[in-house]
Every structure is written in structure tokens, then in C-alpha cells.
Design a protein around this ligand. Structure first.
Ligand code: SAH
Ligand code: SF4
Length: 350
């Protein structure tokens, strides 16, 4: 019989699994501590476990992580990793350095069915929802490959895929990232970005993590034109869910807003964007469009980006321009895609 993969369990499902097998419940915490805290998977080295239990471990689980197949380093030191997810499928994970801190951008799916028109991942239909071990595995493999003095302090679900389309794996993975016996990151250091699956936003509220929303359009007509999900959940419904998140968490929300030349970047759009977001304590991250091989859009000129940002500031919005990181290795927002044929290792767009 096939054994379960240890990395697919959060602490509570591991406890249940062990108890069902006649083992003590506290073994789950001990195993978490060894595997996540100390990165030890050889049972012989788990010295505080009884001899009998140590013998059982290899019979109970496999310890399988996704294989890292390539690693690219950008001129700005952003790193992009490619992971093999079996069956010829792969995902990308990006490590972004900023002021001595490191943020890991993880993927939740291979491809994405939400088909946002500007997004390279969205050009690839959904091929697979990742498992818990494939999500947590991206973090562990990157962490294990880094020098001791580099600590990943933040995790953002902003890689390939829509996290709320894969709740069954994303939320147990968040449990492992947060659990003090596991990876032990504060919930506030974990951000889930969604294109707006409104009925599932309460799951983000319950998980205690931060919410980022890909808004990208300042009215329903524009947004529906570039993000098909808006036809199901329009801006009003989306804002209602954001307000509820704020009411319960008291955390400011991040709105991501991609600037597409001639589509979302006028001063009129800036005014609308300010109007619709001011009902929620939030910050707005403007992301100038990043090109990819299947781009139908253009990045606005630097002066237009600047005008847009200044207009938002004049109106009183808290607006930041997201620094484009890793564009030369194709690791910037919306540039992730795992189809090798469309995937140049390096592109001269800097
Ligand atoms: N599916 C989730 C998580 C992915 S986050 C979501 O959409 O929120 C990816 C972010 O990059 C989103 O905010 C998206 O709006 C942005 N993005 C997508 N394509 C882009 C592109 N070509 N240039 C700049 N940003 C892009
Ligand atoms: Fe999917 Fe997000 Fe890309 Fe839209 S922006 S296609 S939801 S990954």
C-alpha cells in the first residue's frame, strides 16, 4: 500500500493519523519539531523518540518534496526556482530580497482557470492543483538551499494559480507555515492574494492571514473586460467581502492594481480607484504591466505611471508602486508560466 507523504499533514491531521494507528498524540508535535524545526527526517537521529516508534516511522510515511530543477538569479538578486511536480508539470517560486528581508512567493496551482487577460499564468489552463506537500515543499527546498544567515521572513501566495481555487491544500499549508511546532511564522507574515473569489474570502479571515486583492479595474466594465471573475463577483460584492475582512481582522488590505496602457492607467481611472477603495483601510500597490511572450497589453510610459501614482497620492490614497523585481529572469508579477516553450531563461527587458 502506498504510504502517505509526511508533508501532506498539518499538525491536527497528523495527530489524528497517529492516534488512529495506535500511537501517542504528542508524537505529532515531536515529529513536527524534528522535521520542520530542525530539518531532520532520519528517524535514527530523532533522539527523544522511543526506539519502537523510530522503527515505525519509515513504515508510516514517506518524506517526499518536489524536486528543484532549476534556479535563476536576477541582476537585482531575486531568485526564481523551477520545481518538478510530476507528469511533466512544473511551477515557479520566487525569492525576493528587500532591505535585508526575504519574501518567498509561492505557487498554488499549475496554470490557472481564471484566465485574467493580462496574466501569463492565466494563459495556461489549470493543469493541477498542488498538494500541501507541494506548497510547503517549495518553502522547504528553498530554505534548505540558502545560507544559514538568510531567513525567509514573509510568504506570499502570489505565484502561479489562484489560492482560493485550491483551499483544500492552501489552508493546511498555511497551518504548517504558522504552527509553532512547524515553520513558526506569524500569521501576519503570510499574505494570500486572490483575484476575488468572494464566497471564499471568509476562509482567509478565519486563517488570520493578510489579504491582498487583485483589483486591476476601477469599474465593472473595465474589470470584467480583463478579469472574467468580475462577471460573477462584481466590485461591489468584492468590496463588501474586503470590508468584512477588515472588520474582523483590523488588518489593512492590499489592493493590487496592474497598470495597462490605455486600459487602466488614465487619471479618470485613478479617481475611480480612489473612490472605490476608500471605504476599506487599505494600501494600493500599483504594478506596471510586465511583458511576457503572449502579451496583449503595453506597459505605460514612466511619465504616465508617475502621473497615475501622483494623482492617487493627491486624492489621499496610500499608494505604493511595486518595485519590479526579477524582470530579467522572468520572475516578476504575472510573468510566471511553466510551459517550457514559452519560457525564456532570460529576457532583455530591463
Ligand atoms: N491568483 C492570485 C495570485 C497571483 S498574484 C491573484 O490573482 O491575486 C499575481 C499578481 O500579479 C496579481 O495581482 C495580478 O494582478 C498581477 N499580474 C498578473 N499578470 C501581470 C502582468 N503581466 N504584469 C504585472 N502584474 C501582473
Ligand atoms: Fe489566475 Fe491570478 Fe493570473 Fe488571474 S492574475 S489568471 S487569478 S494567477
Amino acid at each position: 500500500m502506498e504510504k502517505p507523504n509526511f508533508y501532506d499533514f498539518n499538525l491536527s491531521s497528523l495527530s489524528d493519523f497517529l492516534v488512529e494507528g495506535g500511537h501517542k498524540k504528542f508524537r505529532a508535535q515531536q515529529l513536527f519539531r524534528w522535521v520542520y524545526g530542525l530539518r531532520v527526517t532520519d528517524p535514527e537521529s530523532m533522539t527523544n523518540l522511543s526506539k519502537e516508534f523510530r522503527k515505525d516511522i519509515p513504515l508510516l510515511f514517506d518524506f517526499i518534496l518536489p524536486k528543484k530543477t532549476s534556479e535563476l538569479v536576477s541582476e537585482d538578486t531575486t531568485r526564481k526556482y523551477l520545481f518538478d511536480m510530476g507528469g511533466g508539470l512544473s511551477v515557479e517560486t520566487v525569492l525576493i530580497p528587500s532591505k535585508g528581508r526575504y519574501t518567498l512567493c509561492v505557487s498554488s496551482e499549475v496554470g490557472c482557470n481564471l484566465a485574467c487577460k493580462f496574466c501569463f499564468t492565466g494563459k495556461q489552463k489549470l493543469l493541477k492543483r498542488l498538494s500541501v506537500s507541494e506548497i510547503v515543499g517549495q518553502y522547504l527546498q528553498v530554505r534548505d538551499s540558502l545560507p544559514e544567515d538568510i531567513r525567509i521572513s514573509n510568504i506570499v501566495f502570489m505565484g502561479m494559480g489562484e489560492p482560493l481555487d485550491n483551499c483544500q491544500a492552501v489552508f493546511p499549508a498555511i497551518d504548517i507555515f504558522h504552527d509553532s511546532w512547524g515553520i513558526n511564522l506569524s500569521r501576519k507574515k503570510i499574505t494570500v492574494s486572490t483575484s476575488g473569489l468572494v464566497d471564499r474570502i471568509p476562509k482567509i479571515i478565519n486563517s488570520g492571514t493578510r489579504l491582498a486583492v487583485s483589483l486591476n479595474g476601477s469599474n465593472d466594465q473595465v474589470r470584467s473586460g480583463i478579469m472574467p471573475i468580475n462577471k460573477k463577483w462584481n466590485i461591489e460584492k468584492l468590496m463588501g467581502a474586503c470590508q468584512e475582512h477588515y472588520r474582523q481582522s483590523k488588518d489593512r488590505i492590499t489592493f493590487e492594481y496592474v497598470l495597462l496602457s490605455g486600459v487602466t492607467d488614465s487619471l479618470e481611472h485613478a479617481k475611480e480607484l480612489h473612490r472605490i477603495t476608500r471605504s476599506v483601510p487599505s494600501k494600493i500597490n500599483i504594478i506596471p504591466f510586465n511583458e511576457h511572450p503572449q502579451s496583449d497589453y503595453k506597459r505605460p510610459s514612466e511619465s504616465q505611471i508617475d502621473r497615475f501614482q501622483k494623482e492617487m497620492m493627491r486624492l489621499g490614497s496610500h499608494v505604493l508602486r511595486r518595485k519590479t523585481m526579477g524582470r530579467d529572469i522572468y520572475a516578476a508579477c504575472g510573468q510566471l508560466n511553466s510551459l517550457a516553450k514559452d519560457h525564456p531563461g532570460k529576457m532583455s527587458v530591463l
